[in-house]
Design a protein around this ligand. Structure first.
Ligand SMILES: [Ca+2]
Length: 178
């Protein structure tokens, strides 16, 4: 894994953006981003990349690609996620064990989500059942939780903290978290 990702100034980020934009069309698509992150030590499926792009796209942008402004948001997200990961990896194993992951997620704004729910989510992102999460798995989990909250809130118009879904809505909502 690369050392903790650092914040960059605007000019440096623009250079990165242009370098990542392999076909030079002024936007970064999923494959371009996947390739760039892989070289910095973050391996994601194209599906996770698509979620990363979707969560940082402006509301009207359905293109599945990132403008420079959106790319900066992705960069900031990844810096925050990696720095949080490093900070909570108290044992220095480059993995978060269950307790470290819970602490990290509470710090990142998921303290209101019940521990059991988080444990189930952690397990879903730990397919090899190693009981700890590498940085890629952790970011995948983090994106899932962010998407879940966003979809939930879109259904919870009265902010009651409870929603009722029929099967069609449930399928729609689940699809939006992937
Ligand atoms: Ca491009």
């Amino acid at each position: 894994m690369s050392p903790a990702y650092a914040y960059q100034d605007e000019a440096t980020l623009l250079q990165h953006f242009n370098a990542v934009d392999g076909n030079g069309n002024g936007a970064i698509d999923g494959r371009e981003l996947q390739r760039a992150l892989a070289t910095s030590g973050l391996t994601f499926s194209l599906q996770t990349i698509a979620l990363l792009i979707r969560l940082h796209s402006a509301p009207g942008n359905k293109s599945g690609t990132l403008s420079f402004t959106e790319y900066k948001k992705v960069h900031e997200f990844l810096v925050n996620a990696q720095n949080s990961f490093t900070h909570f990896d108290k044992s220095g194993t480059k993995k978060l064990n269950k307790r470290e992951a819970l602490e990290c997620l509470a710090y990142a704004g998921y303290g209101d989500v019940d521990q059991k729910a988080i444990e189930h989510a952690c397990r879903a992102f730990d397919p090899d059942r190693s009981n700890d999460l590498g940085i890629d798995q952790f970011i995948g989990l983090f994106l899932f939780l962010a998407a879940a909250r966003k979809v939930f809130e879109s259904f919870d118009a009265d902010k009651s903290g409870k929603i009722t879904l029929d099967l069609n809505q449930f399928i729609y909502a689940s699809a939006k978290t992937r």
